[in-house]
Design a protein around this ligand. Sequence first.
Ligand code: ADP
Length: 320
Amino acid sequence: VNYKYAQLFHREQVSSAQSNTTSKQYIEERKTSNGTIGEVLRKFEKGRLLGKGGFAKVYQLTDIHTHQKYAGKIIPKNAIRKESAKQKLISEIRIHRELRHRHIVKFESCFEDQENVYIVLELCPNGSIMDMVRQRGRLTEYETRYFMIQILDAIRYMHRECLVIHRDLKLGNFFLDENMEVKIGDFGLAAQLSSDKERKRTICGTPNYIAPEILSGKQGHSFEVDIWSTGVVFYTMLVGKPPFETSDVKSTYKRIKENIYSIPESLDLSTSAIELIGSILNSDPAKRLSLDEIRSHPFFDAKIPRALSIHALKSTPVFE
Ligand code: ADP
């Protein structure tokens, strides 16, 4: 079959699929142990709807041969008719498929049929940290340390080893696997730089989490925008709502540019947490803490959980 979008992706990136409403199958090319390319028929059964994104719907998929469960992001081709949308999806796939880290959603495979593009991802059955904060109001410093260490580790890998800036780090993109470990997902706005000197100019991100240098747009932006968003994430986990949130985007941007936020005293946050928030949310990207400086901040000297129980999704853990 000559699929309309087949030339969109290289054959080894996206194989064409046969599908019906409940199952999808496609031929996957794999390198065999002696270096030749073999072909494997993969068939997935479609399960429950896990969530919806911009134009994607994400379903649980089960590989009918291995019984392994995945998350399948299904993007209708008629939603990506615009060249810019198509390019954005191609870029998301190109960047995400190269990333391999314990705290990044694993990109399993990708294929297409006449209607849709399918991205098969590691399943994160426990929702996201955003769901958890919504449910709980806010998180303890103890849990926040646990999540932040995993997040910082994944960002360090993206920045240093892959020259990838995520550009949309927010609680809703920090998914939780069955062991309550963080998996960073959604590389739809990510950029891969050709050198660490390159500057990006596109305005992008989610209003509450966007860095001031993106809004001023003067000298372009780089890896520091992810650090800013990490600061917003850190604040939001501890306080329960983003620092610059207002009822309209314009006032939010004004607050970000003027660095206006406050920390409710009633929450009784530790001085090291407050100090760390301030040093990450520095308007000057050059003065903002580096990933290593954040990691070695005294905030992380206190007790850190080895693991979290899934009960933490719904209620505040009690510590000894
Ligand atoms: P978009 O890029 O279009 O915003 P997302 O990648 O954020 O789409 O996915 C949309 C929703 O699908 C998420 O909010 C979440 O509920 C669900 N989802 C996405 N990826 C996974 C995953 N790996 N495991 C479980 N659910 C997921």
